[in-house]
Design a protein around this ligand. Structure first.
Ligand code: KG4
Ligand code: ZN
Length: 331
């Protein structure tokens, strides 16, 4: 069974073709990071326009690489939300048109379910039940995957998502967008204990996150240096900020694993590319951590194809009109 995956929820245009459950035949990604970084963040109208320019040529390239035509496909899976309205519409409308022209069924995929599938692409042994931490630019939540399609939200962020906190922290430090990779890189040569940033919600017994206070603590530190006319120790600030974020994520996964008795935890979303988070989780003794390959942490179409294929086999999405829904949340 051949599935074409299409991802356009934010600023990455992704196209991939997979065979059956997880065999990746080809994958293409056109990132707009360079275009948006000069504005310090994603400009929605610009992102939509870029998707419009990039999507069909990428679909064309994918079919050529697999030496098939659109009519050879068995399913098209497209992200229907959450995300930016204009970006989602480009993906959904294009997928609808292709589905009609080629007479291939179409399924809409929740972007979060896509992220949930990213670590599974290269992990045949990971089977439900397991816990899933999704940490991206828009979401930070822990989900109990009782089975595929049977998801229970255990807890989420009260305010900013972890990736959002990274991006805002980078802005405060005068670093380019997206902030996560920049802070991760500079933190490597910084002292993570130079600043005693508080670990948010460290002592609550609830599975929940909060990152906006941490960002404010960083802002005050930077202001102190600026007012004193001193050089800002960017690397130490990055390392200390990162220590607090990683600890906040780690303690809540341990709590969720203890509460549910789950021994396997998958981690996905852009922040799962973070080197300190990957190291910390890989050597923890409370659960086995399953991490996606680095190129599948951030948005991509393979995870959408795999999630769509799985949902289709579960019998979902039949005879359903696919519509873009920017505020789609619950899985
Ligand atoms: O999953 P994703 O590509 O898009 C959303 O669905 O949000 O995640 C993007 C987020 C950005 O906030 C970016 O700063 C963060 O992931 N990110 C990282 C790293 N790489 C990307 N955060 C921390 N460390 C990284 N290495
Ligand atoms: Zn994402």
């Amino acid at each position: 069974m051949l599935t074409l995956g299409i991802e356009t929820s934010c600023d990455d245009t992704g196209v991939a073709i997979i065979r059956d459950e997880r065999e990746v035949l080809c994958e293409f990604l056109s990132s707009q990071i360079k275009d948006h970084s000069k504005f310090g963040g994603v400009i929605p109208e610009f992102a939509a326009r870029k998707h419009l320019e990039n999507l069909l040529p990428l679909v064309d390239a994918a079919l050529r690489e697999c030496k098939i035509t659109g009519r050879d496909l068995d399913l098209i899976a497209v992200t229907r939300g959450p995300g930016l309205m204009g970006s989602l519409i480009v993906g959904v409308q294009t997928a609808k048109a292709l589905s009609q022209v080629w007479n291939v069924p179409l399924i809409g995929v929740n972007h979060l379910e896509g992220h949930l599938f990213a670590p599974l692409v290269d992990a045949e042994d990971l089977k439900p039940p397991f816990l899933s931490l999704i940490v991206s630019g828009g979401h930070t939540e822990i989900i109990d995957v009782e089975d595929f399609g049977k998801y229970k939200l255990l807890g989420e962020t009260r305010d900013d998502a972890a990736g959002e906190a990274y991006d805002k922290a980078a802005k405060i430090l005068g670093l380019p967008y997206p902030g996560g990779p920049e802070i991760d890189k500079l933190a490597k040569t910084g002292n993570s204990h130079a600043f005693d940033f508080p670990v948010p919600l460290k002592n609550t017994q609830k599975v929940e996150f909060s990152f906006s206070g941490l960002k404010t603590a960083l802002l005050w530190q930077v202001k102190k240096f600026q007012e004193a006319g001193e050089k800002i120790p960017v690397n130490d600030l990055c390392a200390s900020f990162q220590r607090a974020v990683v600890e906040a994520l780690t303690i809540k996964i341990i709590l969720a694993a203890r509460n549910t008795g789950r021994v396997n935890v998958s981690i996905s979303g852009g922040v799962s590319a973070n080197s300190t988070l990957r190291e910390t989780l890989s050597r923890n003794k409370h659960f086995k951590a399953w991490l996606p390959k680095l190129n599948r942490c951030t948005d991509n179409a393979v995870m959408i194809a795999m999630a769509g294929h799985n949902a289709w086999l579960r019998g979902e999405g039949r005879n359903q009109e696919v519509e873009a829904n920017p505020s789609l949340h619950e899985l």
